[in-house]
Design a protein around this ligand. Structure first.
Ligand SMILES: Nc1ncnc2c1ncn2[C@@H]1O[C@H](COP(=O)(O)OP(=O)(O)OP(=O)(O)O)[C@@H](O)[C@H]1O
Ligand SMILES: [Mg+2]
Length: 272
């Protein structure tokens, strides 16, 4: 009977990514920092979810472990049912990509924009002609508001922070992973372009059933973009629920405090 249940379970009910009891401790003794403290959650296919918390609550540390860029002190992360450590790096990063909070950290200063973007084709095993690849690079750059003609052969230090962030989004558009972890993806982009870029990522999610984990301390942005919210405080997930549930009936004092800072939230979003 149990087996029958598993077989008939719809695909949408199975987690794309499952995190169980994830913990990261930096340092030891007196200088020990428990950055992520026994965190568990799942991300389902096609859903947009936000991990919300104030500065230093452990969001980036958790994200880096999801991407296999940092080793958990404890806990387990599985992707499509397989522990991520057992998967080949290339295969994993084709499916799970990250837009970094600090766009400096993700570029090698020797590589041009062109070589940064062309890696997307290698990663996805796409061997279309050079001219076709070039056309798609230009298209993805233009779609995030970057002038390809001007920037394609520039190197990272010649770009502004906002341009680097846009470039990472352009690369995500080319790869279209199953899960995109976006750590404050528009923090360096002017407010007037921010909504357009977020909408573009959300369209991509709808069209390709791409799941997105947004990381932010902006509860308004999280509510606007996400199906579900995870509230993180001092390394722990203190509340989890649909965006509506959490905003309308917050249960944890920390969530209430976050919401108290944006009293206009309901009104603001209700106008539409
Ligand atoms: N490599 C590291 N070595 C030691 N401590 C670290 C390291 N990286 C992060 N920390 C600590 O872990 C805690 C969580 O940091 P983290 O960068 O994950 O926070 P965050 O929620 O992403 O914050 P922000 O919103 O400012 O980006 C902080 O106390 C930080 O000082
Ligand atoms: Mg961070």
């Amino acid at each position: 009977m149990v087996l029958a249940n598993i077989v008939t379970q719809p695909e949408s009910a199975r987690a794309l990514l499952r995190v169980e009891n994830l913990t990261k401790i930096f340092g030891s003794g007196k200088s020990e920092v428990v950055a992520v403290d026994n965190v568990s959650f799942s991300i389902y296919r096609g859903e947009v979810i936000s991990l919300l918390g104030e500065s230093g609550s452990g969001k980036t540390t958790a994200a880096r472990m999801l991407l296999r860029l940092s080793k958990p002190t404890k806990g387990r992360i599985s992707f499509e049912g397989q522990e991520i450590n057992t998967l080949k790096g290339i295969a994993y990063w084709r499916n799970v990509q990250m837009i970094f909070q600090d766009p400096f950290s993700s570029f090698n200063s020797f590589y041009s924009v062109h070589s940064f973007l062309s890696k997307a084709f290698r990663l996805t095993g796409d061997y279309s002609s050079e001219s076709e690849q070039r056309a798609r690079m230009e298209q993805s750059m233009e779609s995030v508001g970057l002038n390809a003609e001007e920037l394609l052969f520039k190197r990272p230090h010649e770009l502004s922070g906002g341009q680097r962030q846009r470039l990472m989004i352009a690369r995500a558009l080319l790869i279209c992973p199953k899960l995109l972890v976006a750590d404050e993806p528009t923090s360096m982009i002017d407010a007037s372009s921010r909504v357009g870029i977020l909408n573009m990522l959300m369209d991509l999610s709808r069209k390709h059933k791409m799941s997105i984990l947004f990381i932010t301390h902006d509860i308004g942005l999280a509510y606007y973009t996400s199906d579900r919210l995870l509230i993180m405080n001092e390394g722990k997930i203190v509340e989890e629920g649909s965006a509506e549930e959490v905003v309308e009936t917050p249960s944890h004092p920390y969530t209430k405090r976050l919401l108290a800072d944006v009293p206009t939230l309901r009104k603001q979003w209700d106008v539409e």
